[in-house]
Design a protein around this ligand. Structure first.
Ligand code: FES
Length: 96
C-alpha cells in the first residue's frame, strides 16, 4: 500500500486515495470550501517527493494553479491520487 507523508506524518492508504482524503485522516489541516469537489482551489499541497506516483495534473488544477507546476510543485490535493509512496507539505495561507 502506498505510504503518504504529509507534513512529516505517515499514513498507509489504498492505491487511488486522494491526498485530500489522506490529509483528512491525518487531520493535516488542508484548507477546503468545496470538500473535495475540485472547485474551491484551496486544498493546496506542495510535492516534496514521489511526484511520479501521483495522477496527472488535471484541468481543475490548471484553472486554479495555472501551468506552473514544474516550478511550484503545488497540486490540488483533492484532484491528486496516489499510486505509490509520496511526501507533501500543506500550503497554508500566510497569516498577518
Ligand atoms: S477541496 Fe476544493 S478544490 Fe480541492
Amino acid at each position: 500500500m502506498p505510504k503518504v507523508t504529509i507534513d512529516g506524518t505517515e499514513l498507509e492508504c489504498a492505491e487511488g486515495t486522494t491526498l485530500f482524503e489522506a490529509g483528512a485522516k491525518l487531520a493535516a489541516g488542508i484548507e477546503t470550501a468545496c470538500v473535495g469537489k475540485g472547485t474551491c482551489g484551496l486544498c493546496r499541497v506542495k510535492v516534496l517527493a514521489g511526484a511520479e506516483h501521483l495522477s496527472p495534473y488535471t484541468d481543475e488544477e490548471r484553472k486554479h494553479l495555472g501551468n506552473v507546476y514544474h516550478i511550484t510543485k503545488v497540486r490540488l490535493s483533492c484532484r491528486t491520487r496516489v499510486s505509490g509512496d509520496v511526501a507533501v507539505e500543506v500550503v497554508r495561507k500566510k497569516r498577518k
